[in-house]
Design a protein around this ligand. Structure first.
Ligand code: NDP
Length: 295
């Protein structure tokens, strides 16, 4: 099976690594070609010079780009995928994209005999490395069956969310909750620091109680208390995800004041901390405003 993988970023490169083996024949493309060359130095893959070159003759094309804006650009831009995708190919977009753009791409490709599935992932770089990502996909079951072995190469829990766009919708809501939990846990711990309670003791109790979340159980102990703040998932990408959820809420007339406020706070955090900051560094705005360190 011929696979083209476009977008060798923090998570894309780890996902593509699982496809660099039989029965797959892998071609990779990355905007910054040195990253693709480095990848092909380690794994069995051909480096394509353009998106069109990557997808020509491919059975399955996977995109893993920051947002649907870049997917559109790689599709329609100069030497883009559109003209080179063969009839019968499937585009699996693992970007955490936005539902309306995914639906419009699916409609456009459908007119050319190319299938589309939105298939965002969760589990972060750790699950990507071990090939145990959760994949939430939107589209037709008959199309999914054709790409199942590809998704199973990097995914463990693979869930049909609904029609095209449903995977993106579910991912945006999951990540909106992640963003809320990061900031709310940081705020709670800032209160405890000021109240003279050791945040490690606070976490120990919270994690045995009903206030716990992935942020309190994993992210804060491993990355904030230790002050390690490793870069695994850019804050700018989480801001994008919570923004998608906020727009969906508006479009669907769902009142979501907590998600809207968290979206504003992540926008502020991105302005202060920059494009390369990790998502967990958002706690730093809570720390700075309150003159505390959670450690
Ligand atoms: P990164 O920011 O690490 O990588 C982004 C990739 O997109 C790079 O390959 C980059 O190329 C490429 N790119 C950026 N802009 C363009 C453009 N205009 N045209 C073509 N290529 C472009 O992102 P991640 O790998 O972390 O994330 C990819 C997707 O997966 C995102 O939608 C993210 O939300 C999602 N995701 C990420 C997770 C994580 O833990 N990191 C977890 C779950 C989902 P270049 O090398 O040239 O910059």
């Amino acid at each position: 099976m011929k696979i083209a993988f476009l977008g060798l970023g923090d998570i894309g490169s780890l996902m593509a690594a699982h496809l660099a083996r039989e029965p797959f024949e892998l071609v990779v493309w990355n905007r910054t070609q040195s990253k693709a060359d480095k990848f092909a130095g380690i794994y069995k893959a051909r480096v394509a010079s353009t998106p069109a070159d990557a997808v020509r003759g491919a059975d399955v094309v996977i995109t893993c780009l920051p947002s649907s804006v870049e997917v559109e650009a790689v599709l329609h831009g100069e030497n883009g995928m559109l003209e080179a995708l063969r009839k019968g190919a499937v585009l699996v977009d693992c970007t955490s994209g936005d539902p309306p753009t995914s639906r419009s791409i699916a409609a456009e490709l459908g007119g050319r005999g190319v299938e589309f599935i939105d298939a965002p992932v969760s589990g972060g770089t750790t699950a990507a490395k071990s090939g145990s990502l959760t994949v939430m996909w939107g589209g037709e079951i008959t199309v999914f069956e054709r790409v199942r072995p590809v998704m199973e190469a990097f995914g463990k829990k693979i869930v049909h969310a609904g029609p095209v766009g449903a995977g993106d919708a579910l991912k945006a809501v999951n990540n909106a909750l992640l963003a809320v939990h990061i900031l709310s846990a940081a705020e709670g711990l800032a209160i405890l620091v000021k109240a003279g309670v050791d945040p490690k003791v606070g976490l120990d109790v919270i994690n045995a109680s009903s206030g716990r979340s992935n942020s309190s159980e994993n992210l804060i102990p491993q990355r904030v208390i230790t002050r390690a703040f490793p870069r695994t998932f850019r804050l700018a990408l989480l801001e994008k995800d919570i923004g998608i959820a906020a727009v969906m809420a508006e479009d669907l007339s769902v009142k979501t004041p907590i998600i809207s406020l968290t979206a504003e706070r992540f926008h502020e955090a991105r302005e202060k901390l920059g494009e390369q900051a990790d998502h967990v560094e958002a706690v730093k705005i809570v720390e700075q405003e309150n003159d505390v360190e959670i450690k």
